[in-house]
Design a protein around this ligand. Sequence first.
Ligand code: PHB
Length: 400
Amino acid sequence: MGSIAEYIPSETRLFKPLKIGQCTLQHRIAFPPLTRLRNDDDHVPLPLMEKYYADRGSTPGTLVIAEATAISHGEEGDWNNPGLVSDKQVEGWRKIIKAVHANKSIFFQQIWAMGRASRPDLLSQRGFPYRSSSAVPMKGSEHVPRPMTEEEILETITSFVETAQRAILAGADGVEIHSAHGYLLDQFLTASVNQRTDKWGGSIENRARLTLEVVKAVVQAVGAERVAIRLSPYAGFQGSEKADFLPLYTYLIDELKKMNVQFAYLSLVEATGDPGALIWNDKNIHQGKSLNFILESWDNLSPVIVAGGYTPESAAWAVEDKYGKWDTIVAFGRHFISNPDLVFKIRNDIPLTPYNRPTFYNVKEWSGYNDYPFSQEFLESHSDAVHPMTKEEGNGVDIY
Ligand code: PHB
C-alpha cells in the first residue's frame, strides 16, 4: 500500500457501489448531518432547503443525511433548527425528500433530542423545561438543567419512535439516531454529565441504557434496515469527554450486535472530527486515537461511515487501506457545503471550492447555502440534476 498522496480517488473503492439496508449507494462518499439554521421560526423547513439537499444528492446514489431534527417541540433547542413533529414540518421534509429522490439519491433523517445543549432562554420562552440526565450545567453556564424523570425518559423513547415513523411516512429511506457530541443521548452516556443513581445512570450498563432502548424501540417500529446510529467516542464537544470510552463503546457495540439485526449503517466520528476542536480549537484529549477497536468488533455487520477532516485522497486511503477490511463510507461535511457537486468533482479530479465558515450558521439565508456554484464540467453534462429553484422561490431572508 502506498502513501495517502498516491491514491487516485476515482480508481478506488470510493466509487464502488454499496448496499445500506435496502438501498444501493453508487459510491462511498456521504453527505453527513450538519447543523444549519435555514428553517422558519416554527422549525419548519424553508423551501430553500429543497434545493440545498437535492443539489448535494446531484450525483445519483449519494447518501444524503439530514441535519439533526428534533423528536419533539421541547427538543427544538436552537433558533431555526428543524423538527419533525407538526404536519407542516412533515410536509416540509416530504418535499425535501422528494427532491433528493428525484436525483436518485438516498435520504436518511438524523433525529435527536438536545437536552442541556438547548438554549435555556428559547425553551423558557416557550414554556418547555431545560433538562438533561442530571443537574450538571454546560461549562460556563449559569443555567442548571433539571434531571429528567423516569416518565420523561420513557416519553423520549416514544418520541424517537414516533419521529422515526413520521420520517419514513414522509419518504425517508431511514433514520440515524444521534447519540453523540454531547446531545441528550450522549448526556446519558457520559459519566461526568450523568450522575443519576437509578437504572439510567452510574454503571456503563445503566448509562448506555437509554441509547440502547431508543435503538431497540426504533428498530422494532421501522425495521433495522432503516436504522442507523451515530456515535462519537472521542468527542470533547459540549462536555462529552469520556475517560472510559473503551469499555463504554465496547459494551455499546456488543449490545448492538446482540440485537442480532442488520442495521443500515453505523456512523462514527474520528477524533479529528470533534466539533469542539474544529469550531473552537478546543484541545481534544483523545487526539490520535483510532476507531479500529469498534470496526474490528463490528466486523462489517453493516457498513460504517467515518467522518472527520478527510480529504479526497485520505478518504481513498481509508476505504482501501486503513479500513480496507470493511465496507466503509467517508463523510465530507465542510467540503460538501461549498461543493454541491462534490462527488462529481472528486471523481473527475476537479479542484474544490473553499468553504466559508462564517456563513455556515446564518439564519434563513440563501447565501452561504445555495449560492456555492456547480463546476462548469458538471453543468455541461448534468444540468438537469441542479434543482431549479430561484432565491425568491426559496423564501429565505436576504440580508444583503
Ligand atoms: C453543532 O450544531 O455544532 C453540532 C450539532 C450536531 C453534532 C455536532 C455539532 O453532531
